[in-house]
Design a protein around this ligand. Structure first.
Ligand SMILES: Cc1cc2nc3c(=O)[nH]c(=O)nc-3n(C[C@H](O)[C@H](O)[C@H](O)COP(=O)(O)OP(=O)(O)OC[C@H]3O[C@@H](n4cnc5c(N)ncnc54)[C@H](O)[C@@H]3O)c2cc1C
Length: 321
């Protein structure tokens, strides 16, 4: 690790730190340090970094906004953060170019400023573009993947633009190639079309369209109010812990039926407000959260015969395995 730190520190456009605490960089606020924490400042910095790591065959993990992530108390070895890749611009050919580190809220802010509607259902998802594409984040019947024309993936061999096929994204998942980072994407924009504001026809949700900034802003505020009333946003969490087994079988309902709403394991609790959230009551450890996840899974399996699958990503400590 020491030698790698020296090699990475020499790269252009890359910031490298040792023993960086990860808990403050996740919304769950648990977990240990990254023994090496690397932040490329540009796409070419990222390409240089991945080329070096490929050469020495060192595995790495990618951090977005840390909003779907539980980091082990023992920490992890090498983390790459794309939070500095934040370029965003409307392109001539009718697309919105967005880099991986842009947050969904900054993209929504851009949409308000530029009068573009379509993404409002995703209001309140606290992810970055990269993480939200990797997870195919969605809400209110709309997923980010629906809007994507192509993604730029970066590996040790460089960056490539991939046209997104119909089966690239699925429910809270994507076919991002193994070991590749999503460094940017192009979202579809149809500047000639208008939403129901002018046409009376509801939008099909698959591309960004013209709308008045005021209308986009009003929708965003309405959706945020709904979220505030139904989710425990005052406590640290990683959003929904489990995927819904099917459209008719919702994870939160199974958890409520098993009498687990409000159940605590040390300082982690199944939220009394939304049973598919686990909240950190203050100084929870990752082991409290992971222990509670396992307990909920086991109980739901025993009582209903349904095996829940995690939506959250858990970063286990490599050195323990
Ligand atoms: C209060 C709250 C509400 C939420 N509501 C929703 C919701 O309504 N709908 C929903 O879908 N999710 C929701 N989430 C979960 C979360 O916000 C989303 O999954 C989000 O898209 C994760 O993005 P991130 O940047 O935070 O990713 P991270 O949590 O940092 O990472 C998640 C995974 O993506 C990988 N990853 C990150 N960036 C990249 C990249 N550039 N290239 C390749 N892989 C990458 C990571 O390695 C990790 O495996 C919520 C979370 C919270 C805390």
């Amino acid at each position: 690790m020491r030698q790698l730190f020296k090699d990475v520190s020499r790269l252009k456009d890359v910031i490298c730190e040792e023993n960086r605490p990860l808990a403050p960089m996740t919304t769950m606020k648990v977990g240990g340090d990254a023994r090496l924490f690397v932040r490329p400042l540009s796409l070419s910095g990222l390409e240089g970094l991945l080329a070096l790591l490929h050469g020495v065959q060192v595995p790495y993990r990618v951090l977005g906004n840390g909003s779907n992530l539980i980091v082990d108390d023992g920490g992890v070895d090498l983390v790459i953060s794309l939070c500095s890749l934040r370029d965003m611009q409307l392109e001539q050919q009718g697309s919105l170019y967005v880099e991986a580190g842009c947050t969904l809220s900054s993209i929504l802010g851009f949409c308000i400023e530029n009068g573009l509607e379509g993404l409002e259902p995703l209001t309140g998802i606290p992810g970055s573009l990269g993480g939200a594409l990797f997870m195919n984040a969605g809400a209110n019947g709309v997923s980010l993947g629906d809007f994507v024309d192509e993604i730029c993936v970066t590996t040790g061999q460089g960056s490539t633009w991939l046209k997104v096929s119909h089966d690239f994204f699925s429910y809270r998942s994507s076919n991002t190639p193994e070991g590749a980072l999503i460094s940017a994407a192009r979202l579809k924009v149809n500047v000639d079309s208008h939403d129901e504001w002018t046409t009376g026809v509801p939008s099909d949700g698959s591309c960004l369209k013209r709308a008045t900034p005021r209308k986009v802003h009003e929708r965003i505020k309405r959706i945020m109010r709904k979220r505030l009333s139904s989710q425990p946003l005052g406590r640290p969490s990683a959003g929904c812990v489990f995927k819904n087994p099917s459209v008719d079988c919702l994870a939160w309902r199974l958890i409520v039926e098993c009498g687990l709403q409000g159940f605590k394991m040390n300082r982690a609790q199944v939220s009394p407000k939304h049973a598919n959230f686990i909240v950190n009551l203050g100084d929870a450890k990752a082991s409290d959260v992971i222990g509670l996840i396992d307990f909920v899974k086991e109980r739901v399996w025993e009582q209903t015969g349904v095996m829940l699958k995690e939506e959250v990503v858990i970063w286990e400590n490599e050195t323990e395995h």
